[in-house]
Design a protein around this ligand. Structure first.
Ligand SMILES: C[S@@+](CC[C@H](N)C(=O)[O-])C[C@H]1O[C@@H](n2cnc3c(N)ncnc32)[C@H](O)[C@@H]1O
Length: 335
């Protein structure tokens, strides 16, 4: 039954607010009005003082939620702070947001409300920042408890704990691109493997001979190892440690450098790992307007080590902060 509260138009807004506060608004159906009578969809009966009906002609809302809709509802529980909501990420069954919340009450209300928009989710966390070379997030749980989750994407499974490792929804397109960029003849080196964000889809879909995945953070490494097993991959070799100290003796065809801080420091190691020719996917954080400068650094470093960058293609992965972009340069090099 499509339960709704039937109310006079003049009282509708006050009732809607009350229902929202009680957490019984059904966001999956639209509020309807006909000749001064409003039907407000709800998930259950919450008050004996309201008139409930089964809607005859419910209008289902498209599943895609707009930021505005969520902000509007959040406004009811945390006021003006709701405008700080820029996006949310759904990682497995965990909703990740970034909001300036202070009191336990605000946090709980926000968590409860967000869960209503995502019925499949179980936990809501607030990401306060990401720290150090390990890219470890600082996270507080707003609602629910379990922060280890299984995220499915691109026919791959990624197990992780969102309080321990970084998984960015904004990099989805790049993960897709990496999945199909290699081939069965290649050997690939992933210098900053994380939990396998690139390694797993590439090993699964491109089926290279081998992906050698290096990760320095023991927490991320544990998930990397688990994810290789979880996805049934037999063409991945994992190593725990600093990529600079674990460059394989065996030369490779392609190097993934999925790390954006001071990536240039690691570039000589990537070049030395390559066969006579190959490709490097070089990620970095670049101030807008400085893209050509980064390209020159790439060319100069390659040439100082006896390589030539024969082709450089640039792609924006995402906006990072005002004026800064996360870019990836696909660099073809030969000796
Ligand atoms: C943000 S994650 C990125 C994972 C994946 N490459 C991506 O782009 O989605 C970067 C990872 O690099 C690891 N890392 C940082 N410095 C490293 C180093 N010197 N050697 C190996 N791993 C390193 C961090 O621990 C972190 O897990």
């Amino acid at each position: 039954m499509n339960l709704a509260v039937r109310v006079d138009k003049r009282e509708a807004e006050a009732v809607r607010r009350k229902l929202l506060k009680d957490g019984v608004l059904d966001h999956g159906r639209a509020i309807l009005e006909k000749r001064g009578i409003v039907e407000i969809p709800v998930t259950r009966r919450a008050s004996p003082h309201l008139e409930y009906i089964g809607q005859k002609n419910p209008v289902y809302r498209p599943l895609r939620l707009s930021l505005e809709t969520v902000r509007e509802s959040l406004k009811e529980v945390i006021g003006e702070k709701a405008r700080h909501l820029r996006r949310w990420e759904l990682v497995g069954d965990v909703i990740v947001v970034n909001l300036p919340l202070k009191t336990p009450k605000e946090k709980e209300k926000t968590g409860r409300l967000l869960l209503k928009f995502f019925p499949r989710a179980k936990t809501v966390v607030n990401r306060l920042g990401i720290y150090d070379t390990f890219r470890q997030p600082r996270v507080e749980v707003l609602y629910g408890g379990k922060t280890e989750t299984l995220h499915r994407e691109n026919k791959c499974k990624f197990k992780m704990d969102v309080t321990m490792v970084m998984f960015s929804a904004g990099n989805l397109e790049e993960r897709r691109r990496m999945a199909f960029i290699s081939n069965r003849d290649e050997t690939v080196l992933d210098m900053f493997a994380g939990i396998g964000q690139f390694t797993i889809p590439m090993a699964k879909h491109s089926r290279p001979k081998k992906v050698l995945a290096i990760e320095k953070n023991p927490a991320a490494f544990r998930y990397l190892w688990e994810n290789v097993k979880l996805n049934g991959l037999d063409n991945v070799e994992v190593r725990l440690g600093d990529c600079r100290e674990n460059i394989p003796k065996e030369k490779v065809d392609r190097v993934l450098m999925g790390y954006i801080f001071d990536t240039r420091v690691f570039l000589p190691y990537a070049l030395r790992a390559l066969k006579g020719e190959g490709v490097i996917h070089y990620h970095c954080l670049v101030r807008r307007g400085m893209e050509k400068n980064e390209e020159s650094i790439l060319r100069r470093t390659a040439s100082s080590l006896g390589f030539k960058a024969t082709r450089i293609k640039r792609r924006k992965v995402k906006s990072y902060s005002p004026g800064y972009h996360h870019l990836v340069f696909d660099v073809d090099v030969e000796r």
